[in-house]
Design a protein around this ligand. Structure first.
Ligand code: TGC
Ligand code: FAD
Length: 390
């Protein structure tokens, strides 16, 4: 019987990782054990983002792991990025969100579509956590259908005048910059960097969340904001530009979900071996063994899926539909494991003494953001049949 609670590796997947991958996993895991796990429940209960972790996230290289070193990133491969997201999300999905947004939704578009001046101005500071960013795509009336967005800008000399609003934006309440997607006078979507302090730009916080409570979520409101034209990302326009960023973040989430599932599995396994009912550990009961066996099966499948997707990404061969499959499968897998793990813990499973209920609630956001479970199914349906059913 495997007593390796922390990292089930039933198929020796470690053999597929390099020494560097394993080192990154170990150091990120140690940081999560030391800095995230002991404090995260209290922050989640208080619905507060632990902002003191920003500096430490930067120090462990979680901001822009795959961004080239010349821009302050770590210059690592995609599997390293995935492993970091896995280990951070083992601690909490909200902390992984902060790392994902900064890396894949703020640094990535500036790196891929930004001018040299924008790259030099923002990327090194973002990598060090000296400034934080957020990503504004979703609007109150345009969530799954971002192409219908109404946020827009008009030209005014060296400036554009930006109007509209964005909703459900991770990190908006404290972000120094926002990568905002809005339409120009020809209804073409562009990315534009809006800085805190620009007149008419406000970021009210969203309260009363039962999910992702240790992450700060808010709106972005633009009321005739004058933004210099040099803040427009020149490299790519159209909906494909934000969707490319989403591909990168969705890939990271596919790994992050494995981290949550591993934490729930290891907690449930340990508890089931210690909890005695009817004179025996509940782990000795077939019904609980079924749950544990299925958890291990699903974690193992997800590990192989994300590893292979990482290889494809390293070779620049991963398609959007392949990424959708992994995000959809792995988040759903983690949700099912969280629910079963919570049941194994009985009444104790609903308390904050264990991480499971927090993970379970967090996953309600993870299965919704970055494309809902249904939207990813429709992306796959379109890929398979050639019929767009959105
Ligand atoms: P459609 O007509 O299919 O495509 C428009 C253009 O985009 C191209 N394209 C892509 N390009 C790159 N990567 C992708 N994944 C792409 N998917 C499509 C496409 O080829 C086309 O290009 P062109 O040149 O022909 O114009 O677009 P559609 O309007 O029919 O919508 C497609 C759909 C539904 C798949 C898309 O809108 C979608 O993915 N919707 C879900 C929205 C979503 O995921 N929002 C996420 C917001 S950000 C967030 O949640 C952050 S959470 C952060 C955290 O805390 O971790
Ligand atoms: P809707 O699009 O209104 O969907 C409602 C339901 O209808 C869903 O079940 C959906 O699957 C279904 N549906 C929609 N269209 C179809 C269809 N064609 N066929 C069948 N069913 C359909 N966005 C950002 O831009 N930046 C962020 O940083 C960010 N962070 C977030 C953080 C949190 C905590 C949350 C909850 C969301 C965040 N989002 C962010 C927004 C997120 O991406 C959206 O919530 C998501 O894309 C879904 O949009 P919606 O909530 O408007 O739901």
């Amino acid at each position: 019987m495997s007593q390796n609670f922390n990292s089930p590796d039933f198929y020796n997947i470690d053999e597929l990782l390099t020494e560097e991958h394993k080192l990154i996993r170990e150091s990120t895991r140690q940081w999560v054990s030391k800095s995230v796990s002991p404090i995260i429940e209290e922050y989640a209960q208080k619905a507060k983002f632990p902002d003191h972790l920003i500096k430490e996230l930067a120090e462990i290289g979680a901001f822009g792991p795959y961004i080239p070193e010349k821009y302050g990133g770590a210059g690592l491969d995609q599997i390293s990025y995935g492993i970091m997201m896995q280990e951070i999300e083992r601690g909490d999905s909200g902390i992984r969100s902060t790392a994902s947004v900064q890396s894949s939704l703020v640094m990535y578009p500036i790196w891929k579509f930004g001018s040299d001046e924008q790259k030099e101005k923002y990327l090194p500071k973002l990598a060090k956590g000296k400034i934080m960013g957020c990503f504004g795509l979703t609007e109150p009336d345009h969530g799954s259908n971002p192409g219908g967005m109404i946020s827009n800008f008009k030209s005014d000399g060296d400036y554009v005048i930006l109007n509209g609003s964005k909703m459900w934006i991770s990190n908006s309440p404290f972000a120094d910059i926002a990568v905002v997607w809005a339409k120009d006078e020809n209804k073409r979507i562009h990315g534009i960097i809006v800085e805190r302090g620009m007149d008419g730009f406000t970021t009210p916080e969203t309260h009363n969340k039962w999910s992702l409570r240790a992450s700060s979520t808010g709106e972005l409101i633009f009321d005739n904001v004058r933004v210099p034209k040099k803040n427009i990302l020149p490299g790519k326009s159209g909906l494909g530009a934000p969707l490319m960023c989403l591909d990168s973040a969705r890939y990271g989430i596919s790994w992050g979900a494995i981290g949550v599932a591993m934490d729930c599995y290891s907690t449930a396994l340990k508890y089931s071996l210690e909890r005695i009912q009817f004179g025996k550990p509940i782990a000795a009961k077939q019904l609980q063994q079924k749950k544990l066996a299925e958890m291990l099966t699903e974690i193992t499948k997800a590990q192989l899926l994300s590893w292979k997707l990482g290889k494809l990404k390293n070779e620049d061969r991963a398609t959007s539909a392949q990424i959708s499959l992994a995000k959809r499968n792995n988040v759903d897998m983690a949700m099912n494991i969280a629910r079963d793990a919570r049941q194994i813990l009985g009444g104790m499973g609903i308390t904050g003494d264990f991480s499971i209920m927090r993970h379970m609630m967090n996953l309600e956001s993870v299965i919704t953001y970055e494309g809902t479970h249904d939207i990813h199914l429709l992306i796959l349906g379109n890929e398979i049949t050639g019929h767009n059913a959105f």
